[in-house]
Design a protein around this ligand. Structure first.
Ligand code: NAD
Ligand code: MG
Length: 333
């Protein structure tokens, strides 16, 4: 492990021993956001890769066109010494039923998110390693940075270490997809899963959209134009978040006007409900949210469809569609 100032272990290229992966076959199940990036990066790093897809999947030809070998998930898992579940989390338990018998003692079952292991939806046999390599980035960036001899940071976790080599193999895998160029941060399945789900509910996906909508509605209800409300509450969000991403909250405070800074520092906390956040975290920790979501999927997602429709029908969507046209001239990437 390389010396660092983090509160946890971080692994870089020099910590990886490629002999832990070079004679192995990696079965990448799925060829979506993460799947295509892992498969192509592994192959470019000289690792033997087989992609596992359903017959008739659109991705089959796409993967073959990139020179990758494609088989059914069952066949790929049978060939793989490392079987990586890069299919949607809600689908993984069903695919697991079909491939479970294909894992041999000493094989590795690998994930990029801990949901199904942490909440007991997949129960691997005791004689396989269970690890996680989770790039902290969407797949297209995992691929693009690798091609530029750069990498995206990632998380590393070991849930089950049957062979005694689980961690060394995971680090070698992390190197082969480029993550150790930027740093592989060690965590646990529990920590990754719970912080990930809490974050997307309370802050990122849920928190931020609810904040934007509430601000928009407050201005519109008070008689201001929806266009102004859209600019102030949604469009400018990106400018602020870009500054936070670049240099933390202080970079943002330093870049906005003193009026914005004083007003924000004195009023911002008023819109936050810490008790509600604690409750959300509790629901993540005690498995209540996971149970709800698993049941929702088993029932063919009735509530999900309703919430989604309501979001689509919100006035901010219609306003945004018109206003974003004004910005098309400035679009980059
Ligand atoms: P995705 O939705 O982009 O891709 C899904 C792939 O799975 C597609 O190729 C699809 O054809 C295939 N698939 C669907 N059903 C299948 C089946 N029954 N059998 C075989 N293949 C099937 O998925 P993703 O976003 O790359 O997510 C994969 C994993 O990576 C998840 O565990 C996710 O939580 C995790 N993850 C994703 C990101 C991200 O940025 N998208 C980041 C970190 C971790
Ligand atoms: Mg196998």
């Amino acid at each position: 492990m390389t010396e660092n100032n983090f509160n946890t272990d971080v692994y870089y290229d020099e910590d990886a021993d490629e002999s832990n992966i070079e004679d192995k076959t990696v079965a990448v199940l799925g060829y979506g956001s993460q799947g295509h990036a892992h498969a192509l990066n592994l192959a470019d790093s000289g690792v033997d890769v087989v992609v596992g897809l359903r017959r008739g999947s659109d991705s089959w030809d796409a993967a073959e066109a990139e020179g990758l070998r494609v088989e059914t998930p069952e066949q790929a898992a049978a060939e793989g010494n490392i079987v990586n579940m890069l299919i949607p989390d809600t689908v993984q338990p069903h695919v697991w039923e079909n491939i479970e018998a294909e894992l041999d003692a000493g094989d590795t079952l690998q994930f990029a998110h801990g949901f199904n292991i942490h909440y007991g939806q997949i129960e691997p046999p005791e004689d396989v390693d269970v690890t996680m390599i989770a790039p902290k980035s969407p797949g297209h960036l995992v691929r693009r940075t690798y091609q530029r001899d750069e990498g995206t940071p990632g998380l590393l976790a070991v849930y089950q270490n049957a062979t005694g080599e689980a961690k060394a193999e995971a680090i070698a895998y992390g190197k082969a997809i480029g993550c150790t160029r930027a740093g592989l941060i060690e965590t646990t399945f529990r920590e990754e899963t719970e912080t990930d789900i809490f974050g997307e509910q309370a802050v990122l996906c849920g928190g931020v959209t609810s904040l934007v909508k509430a601000g928009f509605e407050t201005l519109v209800d008070a008689g201001y134009s929806p266009e102004m409300a859209y600019f102030e509450c949604l469009n400018e969000m990106k400018l602020i978040v870009d500054l936070m991403y670049e240099g933390g909250n202080m970079e943002m405070w330093n870049s906005v006007s003193d009026t914005a800074e004083y007003g924000g520092l004195t009023r911002g906390d008023d819109v936050i409900n810490r008790e509600a956040m604690d409750e959300i975290l509790e629901g993540v920790q005690n498995g209540e949210f996971a149970r709800e979501w698993i049941n929702e999927n088993q029932a063919n997602r009735p509530a999900y469809k309703q919430y989604r429709q309501a979001e689509q029908d919100h006035q901010i969507e219609e306003v945004g569609e018109r206003l974003r046209e004004l910005f098309e001239w400035g679009e980059q990437e």
